[in-house]
Design a protein around this ligand. Structure first.
Ligand code: KG4
Ligand code: ZN
Length: 347
């Protein structure tokens, strides 16, 4: 069975992983994730600092992943690397390293789309999280609602028109004086909040939305962010109100995600829903989707936090799929800041 080395450097984690298997029968042999904590000081990812940090950690991170797996470089059958989307300088570190290592070892390199990686992450620990399913990918840079007929065959139903879901969490966290990244601090604070003391409209959801309307599956979170800003400005005692505002924000954002996910699963008759991306760490999100889709009896799969946020195991997993389909990158493999997910059907 093929052994794949996965490499991920699209944002602020330098990660490498070794995976062995074929089809959906795979075994994770190692996963190393080095998070660049330096960005916390700046309240967001500083691209140039991210590239430099990847440069200094890529070699030891890959060596460590191989050592943890007990796999020699010469046993690797393919190298899967994230080549899009992401920070261009950060991506280039992984892409150049993968190409050089592939050349040195005479091993093929496969370019992987980061969001396709997120789609595969949950399958690494849940044998049931395989197509056909409704996929909801919610990260710091993307919000994508997909119908997944089979691996490699995707229908993009909805995306965000402005901020990504994770970006909304991060910006609202800043407004409330919480650290970066803001998703987890907001989730913790919201647990202590009183529901409905503040109320924000659920974005992009109207009861009479028609299935063929452009809004039916679409997302938008910048209006919600502005509503939070107004609530913060209007508060007479922000220390008293902060948890309640966080709760109302999270409830509104999650209600929008849950409603659109229900619409997609219902319209396509899917009995499985797979979540991915950093925001999928949020347990209130999974609970809300389980509740909203109860009437159609869908099973909801969410990855554990280690696999929900950026990691190379999901890249190795998506890379194995593309490798087994015969895909090989040549030395022209390049990095792209944005690129549509591969395998999109015209909708
Ligand atoms: O997928 P990811 O690790 O990186 C990107 O590809 O963007 O996602 C990071 C995002 C951040 O915006 C972070 O605030 C959010 O995921 N996040 C969460 C939670 N944990 C991380 N959002 C909501 N609730 C959480 N528990
Ligand atoms: Zn990501």
């Amino acid at each position: 069975m093929p052994i794949v080395l996965g490499i991920e450097t699209s944002c602020d984690e330098t990660s490498a992983s070794v995976l062995e298997g074929s089809g959906d029968d795979v075994m994770l042999r190692s996963l190393v994730i080095l998070s660049q904590d330096i960005h916390k000081v700046f309240g967001g990812v500083v691209p140039e600092i991210a590239s430099r940090a990847h440069l200094s950690s890529i070699v030891p991170v890959v060596s460590r992943a191989l050592a943890d797996a007990g796999v020699a470089e010469t046993e690797v059958d393919a190298i899967a690397v994230t080549h899009a989307p992401g920070l261009i300088g950060a991506l280039l570190v992984g892409v150049c390293y993968a190409k050089a290592l592939g050349f040195a070892l005479d091993v093929p390199v496969v370019g992987v789309h980061h969001m396709e990686g997120h789609l595969f992450a949950t399958a690494l620990e849940n044998a049931g999280a395989v197509p056909p399913f409704t996929g909801l990918l919610v990260s710091g840079g993307h919000t994508l609602l997909l119908d997944v007929e089979s691996w490699g065959s995707y229908r993009l139903l909805g995306a965000t028109r402005d901020d990504a879901a994770g970006e909304a969490f991060d910006k609202v966290a800043k407004l409330l004086g919480l650290p970066y990244p803001g998703g987890r601090p907001i989730e913790e604070l919201a647990k202590r909040g009183t529901p409905s003391r503040f109320r924000f409209t659920t974005p992009m959801v109207r009861r009479n939305d028609a299935p063929d309307s452009a809004e039916y599956y679409a997302f938008s979170f910048s209006g919600l962010k502005t509503a939070v800003l107004n609530a913060v400005r209007g508060s007479e005692d922000i220390e008293r109100d902060k948890a309640d505002i966080a709760r109302a924000f999270q409830d509104a954002l999650i209600a929008s995600l849950a409603e659109k996910t229900f619409r997609a699963a219902n319209a396509f008759g899917r009995s499985r829903i797979v979540l991915g991306g950093g925001v999928a760490c949020n347990s209130a999100l999974k609970t809300a989707i389980v509740e909203r889709t109860a009437e159609i009896g869908a099973t909801v799969f969410a990855p554990s936090p280690r696999l929900a946020t950026d990691n190379a195991a999901m890249i190795a997993r998506a890379g194995l799929f593309r490798f087994e389909r015969g895909e090989r990158a040549d030395f022209n493999l390049n990095a792209f800041a944005s690129l549509p997910i591969p395998g999109l059907a015209a909708s």
